[in-house]
Design a binder for this molecule. Sequence first.
Ligand code: SF4
Length: 472
Amino acid sequence: MLKVHLTGHDKYYGLTDVIRLWFDGSVEDKESCEILCPAGPDIRIESILQEDGSSICRTDDGRVYKPLGTPLEPGREIKRSLYLAMKDITGREAAWGCLTGIRPTLVAMEADSEEVLIRDYYVRPDKAHLAMETAKEEMRLLDLIPEEDISIYVGIPFCPSRCTYCSFISEDITKHMDRLAYYEQALEKEIRLLSPRINRSIASLYIGGGTPTVLEDKEFASLLDCVMSSFRLAKGTEITVEAGRPDTLTDYKLEVMRSHGINRICINPQTMNSATLVRLNRKHTADDIRYWYGKASDMGFSVINMDLIAGLPGETPEDLLSSVRSLIGLDPKNITIHTLYKKRRANISKAEVMDRGGERKGIDEALQEAYGLLHKAGYHPYYMYRQKDTEKGLENTGFAKGDTGCLYNVAMMTDYRDVLSFGAGSSSKRCFRQEGPDSKRRVERCSTIKDALGYIARFEEMARKKADFFGF
Ligand code: SF4
């Protein structure tokens, strides 16, 4: 069993995140000031925070690990000394080095150079390059969003069937059809209650889920009527609808989106391998994706995004690359590649998602090759985030052609712009500039009740809560 003893600090959480890059199942034992990991090798490591704020790790067989490079704040020092020890003990490094957080581009913005990410955080050079390239584009897009503006999210947490890997709040409407209409009505009421009080310009609007296009034609049109008549949107404002599952699309819904001025839609295959789609419990084929993409494209939607997932169960690296090539052939303006991650509620096992032992080769390499294909086809990365429990801690990256990066995604994923969200399970946030030379940010969040039935009963209370939160 791996034991990590904490001396001079109590950063259990950060160290557990580092151990998780190699082994699951760590537990904290605060009485003995130790993190215990039965899946790890039989060794005891002492993680020491020294008086000068630096950190070393010492193993019980006498090895000492002391990071070189620029001194970091104590929380990061402790993580990087343990990273050095774990890398040496396991003989395997992590693509993102000791960066375990969900926002590597925030660190890249601070570091301001690939060399610093490589030297101080042990990030692999290709990831350091990706992080810097993405961070620069994120900052450029952020500059297009005035700080006093707000972005809006409207959420429909329902889907026609549950994908096996799904971890989102997503009711199966095949069982709860009756709830969907009531939910849509409650959502409209919440929008009508709160929208007149918004005293800020709206930078972008995103209707997401779940799958918003799961609504019946009439309800879908009613929701778009409500949204477009309630929010004061300047001409040309980015408005996205996630039409993620092509099995929910109809000619009518595409026409309604077009006539309401929706200028960005997502048609998400996740893979262009139809056999995998069946295994994932998605009720559509790769041909359905081509068909609806072609229709939407012919109707003139200016930006179409298509999502893929790397590391789907049963897929080889070549399957991912084949999907990437298919999408490049369709030529959407945006392509986003996620890495499969495991959350508690998903129907697939952790073993299907992650390969902690390092025997399964290929996802990391396939991602690198996919990024190369995208670059060659004229796409550049514009936003990025990571989730815990992905294979090798790998990332999710949005790619765009030209100036089509999604402003909402950038506003949502950074700590720099406010987002007001409507609907069950949605989260609003306010970003504050901290006083001081390092201009760090503070983010406050306001969550809405997750359960759709609870939301239907309590949407007025949710609207009041958010009005207080934003001071409307
Ligand atoms: S479409 Fe998306 S939100 Fe819906 S079940 Fe599948 S993964 Fe989950």
